[in-house]
Design a protein around this ligand. Structure first.
Ligand code: UDX
Ligand code: UDX
Length: 474
């Protein structure tokens, strides 16, 4: 094997939730590598370059410190995509891969148009050999399509394609990047492919022990990412399915999670029953997996995974319906306070958040919703609601949205409310003065805890009617 080329210049296309934090940490840990993150979105790049670190486009604990350390030293954010591509020896592709909203595979397949655009741009601009790293989550065998586009320019430039999916979770991205359970790198089995793998291994070896870096063939790496997300989501749907049974039988889902999680074969993580999983990845990646299975004529496999999504939809619906049922079969004109809008704590990301779907159901029943989230902006909340409240842009939607009020103070959101719904597990919700909240609410004062985070006993003693996920009959 020839000696792997030492990488000193990296470009990353896509300055989003994955590209931004991942590149910031690579730059922090590898001061000898110039890392340039490019994006077509000028505002996003301006925000990454803002001297006020509170204005970074992504809220992620610890991110500002990493950016402060590396930015301007060897970490750069730019809109000059061509120049960054041209200079780089290694190019990461971290653009978004949303579910297709049109044509073949609509509502299921991953839309690869941005990936393809990147490949075409790289092919057009490159004057010397490059290693291309797929960071975005992609359907298995996308590397083949990338390779076809890249290698059909006929200008003699050689491209090696690696798949290195990112497993960071939002809210803990920086610690996940600093101490990953594993780094996965897939490449071709040829000597050239193995050299490319080693070049990327050498980057990660600056801070990740070699035994935690797994190398595989490309297809396994691509499919591992979809499989990991499908397994994680499946655990959440499995425990949520049990939560419904708990509510009918008087068992306590948190006790069950503890009991089964103590079995080392099962493990304790991802067994927290909730109002339903959200985030940009789980649903999209499972739909993508389901689509792939159908394409390869494996309907039983497709149906098996699709059920994970159906269960999640059921959980969100069950939560909303329970609010309506408990409030005497209608929420029309009633004030419901939402604590949390993000899809999980410690992030300002709201993509596919359960809160959006619960709000939609309550708005259709004419509720007045007062929302407080520590990190999500008013603009974002309205944009999310517009995308689900149908028909889009109609007078009816506008009327519904008049019933949504955003608060920057949680107590004003809860004042005079008929009910409180907890949608995100932000730590601060546990510390509120619940006695004061109770006194200022209408009675009976309901709390629907979609995350099982507040102290049910304490709240019940104060006088609240508390509904938890998976804790009925007591
Ligand atoms: C990521 C992953 O990359 C994706 O595969 C995963 O499945 C979801 O999460 P994420 O970083 O969260 O995507 O997406 P996003 O925050 O939307 O960032 C993508 C960025 O790419 C955006 O800033 C967008 O402007 C940029 N982009 C997109 C380009 O610069 N060029 C394009 O052609 C398309
Ligand atoms: C996920 C994967 O964890 C990560 O490896 C991948 O790279 C991207 O997708 P992310 O979506 O950022 O990460 O967050 P995650 O912590 O996985 O949570 C996803 C959703 O599941 C959240 O809405 C969360 O609240 C919910 N969840 C998680 C539960 O309801 N119960 C649990 O026990 C765990």
């Amino acid at each position: 094997m020839t000696k792997a080329k030492q990488i000193t210049n990296i470009c990353c296309i896509g300055a989003g939730y994955v590209g931004g934090p991942t590149m910031a940490v690579i730059a922090q840990k590898c001061p000898y590598i110039k890392v340039t993150v490019v994006d077509v979105n000028e505002q996003r790049i301006a925000d990454w370059n803002d001297t006020d670190l509170n204005k970074l486009p992504i809220y992620e604990p610890g991110l500002a410190d990493v950016v402060a350390e590396a930015r301007g030293r060897n970490l750069f954010f730019s809109t000059d995509v061509d120049e960054a591509i041209n200079e780089a020896q290694m190019i990461f592709i971290s653009v978004n891969t949303p579910t297709k909203t049109y044509g073949v595979g609509k509502g299921m397949a991953a839309d690869l148009k941005y990936i393809e655009l990147c490949a075409r741009q790289i092919a057009k601009v490159s004057k010397d050999d490059k290693i291309i790293v797929e960071k975005s989550t992609l359907p298995v065998r996308t590397a083949e399509a990338l390779s076809t586009i890249l290698n059909s320019t006929g200008n003699g430039v050689n491209f090696d394609i690696l798949s290195s999916p990112e497993f960071l979770a939002e809210g803990t991205a920086i610690s996940d990047l600093h101490k990953p359970d594993r780094i996965l790198i897939g490449g071709e089995e040829t000597e050239k492919g193995q050299d490319a793998i080693e070049a990327l291994v050498a980057v990660y070896e600056n801070w990740v022990p070699r035994e935690n870096i797994i190398t595989t063939r490309v297809w396994s790496s691509e499919l591992s990412k979809l499989t990991a997300n499908a397994f994680l989501a499946q655990r959440v749907s499995s425990i949520n399915a049990i939560s419904a049974l708990c509510e009918k039988t008087g068992a306590d889902v948190d006790e069950i999670s503890r009991a089964i999680g103590a079995d080392s074969r099962i493990g304790a993580k991802f067994l927290k029953a909730s109002v339903g999983f959200g985030g940009s990845c789980f649903q999209k990646d499972i739909l993508n997996l389901v689509y792939l299975c159908r394409q390869f004529n494996l309907p039983e496999v497709a149906d098996y995974w699709e059920q994970v999504i159906k269960m999640n939809d059921y959980q969100k619906h069950r939560f909303a319906k329970n609010i309506i049922d408990s409030l005497f079969n209608t929420v029309s004109g009633k004030k419901i306070a939402f604590l949390g809008w993000a899809f999980k704590k410690d992030t300002n990301d709201t993509r596919e958040s359960a809160a959006i779907y619960v709000a939609d159901e309550l708005l259709q029943d004419r509720a007045e919703i007062h929302i407080y989230d520590p990190k999500v902006t008013e603009e974002q909340i309205f944009s999310d609601l517009k995308s689900v409240c149908h028909p889009e842009g109609s007078e009816a939607t506008k009327d519904l949205l008049k019933n949504v009020i955003i608060h920057t103070d949680p107590y004003s959101a809860m004042q005079s409310a008929h009910a409180i719904a907890i949608l995100t597990e932000w730590d601060e919700f546990k510390t509120y003065n619940w006695q004061k909240v109770y006194e200022e609410m209408l009675k009976p004062a309901f709390v629907f805890d979609g995350r099982n985070i507040v102290d049910k006993k304490q709240l019940t003693e104060i006088g609240f009617e508390v509904y938890n996920i998976g804790k009925g009959l007591n």
